[in-house]
Design a protein around this ligand. Structure first.
Ligand SMILES: [Zn+2]
Length: 296
C-alpha cells in the first residue's frame, strides 16, 4: 500500500487523498514551514489530525472553493484560512458559494443542503487574500502564487522555484478531463491556464486527484487532458444533428457516461454541456428553437 504521507522534499509533503484522491476527496500538500501550512483539506482526516498534533497546522491554504477541497475544513475551526482574492468570498458565505455554482437546474435547489450536510460547508473568514504573482514567504519556503482561472475564477496554483515543484490543483491531468462548469468558469481560460502551467516546466508537478505526482515535462499530458474539451464538443455537435431538448442532452451523458445516474450527475452534465452550448450558439454553429438545440 502507498504511504499516505510522502515527503517530496524535507519540507513539502504530499497527503494522498482517500480513494486515490478521487472525488469527493482530493490530495493535500503539507508545507512544513511557518508553523505548518496545509494546502487543501479534503484528503484524509486521520492523517490531517496526526499532522496537526505532531507538526502543527497554522493555516489552511485553499486552492479554490470546491467541496472536495474543503471537506474536512470544519474540523479545524480555529485555523486561519488563506485563499485567492477571487475565490475567497465563496469560502466566506453560502450565498457567494451558491452564486458560483450554476443556478437554474433542479439540482440547485438542494445545493445548500448538500454542501452543509454532505460536505460540511461552514462559512470561514479568509484571513489572508492572495494575489497572482505574490511571493509567499512561508518560513524558509519561497512560494510563488499563480492564479490560474478557468476551473474557478481564482484557482490558486503554487510554484516552488527553488525545489522545482509546481502544485496544479484541479488542472489535474486525469482521464476524466477538465471541469469548467461553474458560473464563472471558462473553457478558454482553462486552456490558457493549462498551457501556462505546462510551460512553467517544473521538475515535479503535483495535482489534486488520482496520480498525484507527474515528473518532468507535462506538455503531452496537458495536451491530451485539454483535448477532452474538444471531444465533448464534437460529441455534442454530433448529437445535435437533430433537435434535442435540454433533458435529452443531459440524459445522453456525454461527459459522465451512462453509468452515472441521478440528479447530482444531471447537474454536472448540464453545467459542462451548457458551457459548450453557449459557445456554439455565440458562434452561430447551434441554434435554439422552442427549447430544442440543433447544430447547423
Ligand atoms: Zn475543483
Amino acid at each position: 500500500m502507498q504511504p499516505m504521507i510522502e515527503k517530496i522534499t524535507s519540507d513539502i509533503w504530499l497527503l494522498t487523498g482517500k480513494r486515490k484522491g478521487r472525488y469527493p476527496h482530493s490530495h493535500s500538500l503539507y508545507l512544513r514551514a511557518g508553523g505548518g501550512v496545509l494546502v487543501d483539506c479534503g484528503s484524509n482526516w486521520s492523517e490531517i489530525e496526526t499532522l496537526a498534533e505532531q507538526e502543527g497546522i497554522a493555516a489552511v491554504l485553499m486552492s479554490h472553493y470546491h467541496e472536495d477541497h474543503f471537506l474536512y475544513l470544519h474540523r479545524l475551526p480555529e485555523t486561519e484560512v488563506w485563499a485567492s482574492l477571487a475565490d475567497a468570498p465563496a469560502l466566506e458565505s453560502m450565498d457567494a458559494l451558491e452564486d458560483c455554482a450554476r443556478a437554474g437546474t433542479n439540482w440547485a435547489r438542494s445545493f445548500r443542503r448538500i454542501m452543509q450536510k454532505r460536505f460540511n460547508y461552514r462559512p470561514r473568514p479568509v484571513a489572508r487574500r492572495i494575489q497572482h504573482g505574490e511571493n509567499l514567504s512561508i518560513g524558509n519556503l519561497q512560494v510563488e502564487a499563480i492564479v490560474a482561472p478557468g476551473h474557478t475564477p481564482g484557482h490558486l496554483c503554487l510554484h516552488f522555484p527553488a525545489e522545482g515543484i509546481l502544485f496544479l490543483g484541479d488542472y489535474d491531468l486525469t482521464d476524466f478531463g477538465p471541469w469548467y462548469g461553474d458560473r464563472r468558469s471558462s473553457m478558454e481560460q482553462f486552456r490558457t491556464s493549462g498551457a501556462m502551467l505546462a510551460d512553467i516546466g517544473a521538475k515535479i508537478n503535483v495535482v489534486s486527484h488520482q496520480q498525484a505526482i507527474h515528473r518532468g515535462d507535462i506538455h503531452q499530458q496537458m495536451t491530451t487532458y485539454l483535448q477532452h474539451i474538444d471531444r465533448r464538443e464534437e460529441a455534442l455537435c454530433a448529437f445535435l444533428r437533430r433537435p434535442r431538448s435540454k433533458e435529452e442532452i443531459i440524459a445522453r451523458r456525454i461527459v459522465f457516461g451512462e453509468q452515472c445516474r441521478g440528479a447530482w450527475f444531471d447537474y454536472g452534465e448540464w453545467a459542462l454541456m451548457s458551457k459548450h452550448l453557449e459557445k456554439l450558439m455565440q458562434s452561430g454553429e447551434v441554434i435554439e428553437l422552442e427549447g430544442h438545440y440543433q447544430c447547423l
